[in-house]
Structures are given as structure tokens and as C-alpha cells.
Design a protein around this ligand. Structure first.
Ligand SMILES: [Zn+2]
Length: 431
């Protein structure tokens, strides 16, 4: 009996924890009113009709783009096709920048600000992955179909709807199909845009995710390192006593994990650490000449990200010093710390007008908005203090980053209309 009762109680407890975590977000009345007015404009209604009519084309383009491989650092083929699609859709000025981002400006009437609408070109899947779309009923299966090819066709459909409904925005809209969002791409497309500053961007909306209710306003930051410890190496018996890089790496991991565990258990913003890969060595009976590890650290808080990075660098450095002090023969071991990834963290406040507008748009479609902390292209502008969010393109998507990734166009048009409304609230409709 108790065995049955216990899980039931646990379920109730878990449910109440989940419910309390999803507190109702407050959306201020002016934005709710503004969205009602906006959505009833004739031109916006015409854009909605255009989105509905475009649905078969949008689905076809989703399949076509998904089937053009875009592994990390190899987005160029997809970029060229997407550039053509933006041109065909009527963008004024389309170009590919030197890092590989596809950019299109649609001029506004006032043009005092630029609002960027972004989706990413790259997928996590390596060269040679089968990206052909397989149909099972109405569900489409292919690596990358949801993340983020669905985002690409969403921003394209938004542009087409603006053109078809002849909507002139007040502000300039910059359409962005970015490179390098995933993995070791390390947000290089978005980083380049803000560093190069060819176009000054005043606010940023990434379309990357699934459900429209999930708005990302928090940037989950990360810092990644590869640590390599080197020594002379030699025979396990005859050269015994030489510094052993694996032994030293073990001590470095232990020292870091212990200090990092203490730090991450203190309050002040969720922070994590992970030694993900270790390697090196020649043979069971050889003292290795090299030992390496890859380490990932993440935090919601910029300060805590810096702090755990310092804990990491000092703990492994000291661990090696301690180890070297015990080495009886040969030269001391050396260590290099190579930073292989950095995604800045930060937050666009839930009271910021861009977040409020997106939440009002979610409410317009009768969903309850939730605010999330995720690592996306929006990390870059958020860390620079530029209002930025990431929104979901709608439909039903799942298994992102897995070979059985899928997309089902259930209510997909709603996601495109939601993206359009969020953009128009931010960029304004010219009178
Ligand atoms: Zn993505």
C-alpha cells in the first residue's frame, strides 16, 4: 500500500512545485490594448489572410531548406538559397556579410530605429547526415527541421505577408539569417553583427524554439575550456617517476569539482559545471605525454559566470603546482588553458517593453506566456544591454538536436501571425 501511496504523493508534490514555478506573468494593460487595435487594422488582417494563403508554400519551403545541409561552419549553400528567397519576397536590399549572415533591410517610414528579426541557418548535424525529409502521416521528420529551419521560413513568411498586405512599418526591419548559433559556432554570426555594427540594431527578436507561449528573455551564459597537460612521457616501468599528465589531470578535476560544487550550491543565480570529455595517452604501459579535458560552465548570472571561471582557472593551476611539487624525475608538467567557447549571459527585464509586447501577443492568441532562460542568439544583444528576446515559431516541433527531429504543422500559421504581431508592435505600423 505504501509503495502505491508514495509515488502518488510524490506526483502531487512535483505538480505543485511545477505550478508554483510557472507563476502567471503580468502583462500591462496598454500593451494588451495596443495589440487588440493593431490586430484589427485592415492591413494586418490582410497580412493574416496572406499568411493563411501562403501555408502550402511555407511548408514546401520548409522541406526544401531542410534538405540543404547546413552543418556548423558550412552554412554557405543554404545562405545563398535563402538570400534568393528574401529577394523574391521583395526585400529592398539583401546581402551576405563577410561572416556569412544573410541580411535584408526593409525600410520604415520614420526609420529612426532598426528592429532585427533573426533565425539561424546552421544546424548541429555534421556533414554527411541524411537530411531528407520523411513523411509519417502529417508529421515531417528530418534533422534540423524545427531548429531552426522552421524559424527561417517563419521570418520569410512574415516578410511576404508585409509585402502582400503593403504594410509600411515606422521603423526599419532587418531580417537576419545568421550563421554559427549552435555549439562551437559560439554565436559567431550574432557576435559579428554587433561587433561590426554595419547596421545599428536597437532591438532584436530571434525566432528559434517551439511553442509561441515560451518567450526567452534570459540569456544563459556559458564558458568553455580545453585544458591540456603535457610532459615528457615514457615507459611505465623504466621511466617511472616522471610526471604523469593523467595523474595531474585527475587532481585538477578533483580540485575544480570540489570547489565548484561548493560554489554552485550557494544562492545567487543557477550555475552549473561539467567536465564533458577527457582523453590522451598512448598505451596502458606508457606514461602519457598528454592528457586533456573539455569543460563547460554555465550561469544565468554574468557575475557568477565570471566567478566560476575564476574558480576553474585557479583550482586547476594550483592543482598542477601541487602535483609538480611531488614529481621526482624529469621536467615539470606544463598546462595550457584554451578558451573554446563564450556565450555572455544577462536578462531583458520582464518589464521591458519588448518583453511586454511579446507577452501581449501571446495573450492575443489565448496562450499564457512563460519567460525562460536559454542560450540563443539573443544572448549577444542582451549582454550589451540591447532589448532582445527569442520567441517560438509555433506548430509542433520536437527532438531538437536528435536525428528523429520532427515538425508537425499544427496551427503553424498562428506562430507566423504571432511573430508578425510581435514585430509590428516593436517596429510600429506607419500611419
Ligand atoms: Zn536553434
Amino acid at each position: 500500500m505504501s509503495a502505491i501511496k508514495l509515488p502518488a504523493l510524490a506526483t502531487v508534490l512535483m505538480l505543485s512545485v511545477q505550478l508554483s514555478a510557472q507563476k502567471k506573468q503580468s502583462v500591462t494593460t496598454p500593451y494588451l490594448k495596443e495589440i487588440q487595435q493593431l490586430a484589427t487594422l485592415k492591413s494586418v488582417q490582410a497580412a493574416f489572410t496572406a499568411i493563411d494563403q501562403l501555408e502550402p508554400t511555407t511548408q514546401r519551403e520548409l522541406i526544401e531548406l531542410t534538405e540543404i545541409p547546413a552543418p556548423p561552419f558550412q552554412e554557405a549553400r543554404r545562405a545563398v538559397i535563402f538570400k534568393q528567397l528574401l529577394q523574391d519576397a521583395g526585400a529592398d536590399n539583401v546581402w551576405i556579410d563577410s561572416v556569412g549572415n544573410v541580411l535584408a533591410i526593409r525600410k520604415g517610414k520614420k526609420a529612426t530605429k532598426t528592429v532585427a528579426l533573426d533565425a539561424h541557418l546552421d544546424t548541429v548535424f555534421p556533414e554527411g547526415t541524411d537530411v531528407n525529409v520523411k513523411h509519417k502521416g502529417d508529421t515531417l521528420y528530418a534533422p534540423g527541421i524545427g531548429d531552426d529551419t522552421r524559424g527561417l521560413v517563419t521570418i520569410l513568411a512574415v516578410l511576404k505577408a508585409l509585402e502582400k498586405a503593403r504594410i509600411e512599418t515606422s521603423e526599419d526591419v532587418l531580417f537576419v539569417a545568421s550563421v554559427g548559433e549552435e555549439g562551437l559556432g559560439d554565436l559567431r554570426g550574432a557576435k559579428y553583427l554587433f561587433k561590426k555594427n554595419d547596421v545599428k540594431i536597437d532591438s532584436w527578436i530571434s525566432v528559434d524554439g517551439e511553442e509561441i507561449k515560451d518567450i526567452t528573455n534570459g540569456a544563459l551564459g556559458s564558458v568553455r575550456y580545453k585544458v591540456t597537460i603535457k610532459g615528457p612521457g615514457g615507459h611505465s616501468w623504466s621511466a617511472f617517476g616522471l610526471g604523469n599528465p593523467h595523474h595531474a589531470l585527475g587532481k585538477a578535476i578533483d580540485a575544480f569539482a570540489e570547489e565548484a560544487a561548493t560554489f554552485t550550491s550557494t544562492p545567487g543565480g543557477r550555475t552549473s559545471f561539467n567536465v564533458g570529455r577527457i582523453g590522451g595517452g598512448t598505451s596502458i604501459n606508457a606514461i602519457p605525454f598528454e592528457s586533456w579535458m573539455e569543460v563547460d560552465m554555465r550561469s544565468e548570472s554574468p557575475d557568477r559566470l565570471k566567478q566560476i571561471e575564476t574558480i576553474f582557472t585557479t583550482s586547476v593551476t594550483k592543482a598542477l603546482e601541487r602535483y609538480n611539487a611531488t614529481v621526482k624525475r624529469g621536467t615539470p608538467l606544463t598546462m595550457t588553458l584554451e578558451k573554446i567557447g563564450y556565450r555572455p549571459s544577462g536578462l531583458t527585464s520582464d518589464t521591458n517593453s519588448l518583453v511586454q509586447k511579446a507577452m501581449a501577443a501571446v495573450r492575443y492568441f489565448n496562450h499564457e506566456p512563460t519567460l525562460n532562460v536559454v542560450s540563443t542568439n539573443a544572448n549577444v544583444p542582451i549582454s550589451l544591454g540591447i532589448p532582445a528576446i527569442t520567441i517560438g515559431p509555433g506548430g509542433r516541433a520536437g527532438n531538437a538536436h536528435a536525428l528523429n527531429e520532427y515538425y508537425l504543422n499544427e496551427n503553424g500559421a498562428e506562430g507566423i501571425k504571432f511573430t508578425l504581431l510581435t514585430l509590428l508592435l516593436e517596429a510600429g505600423v506607419a500611419k
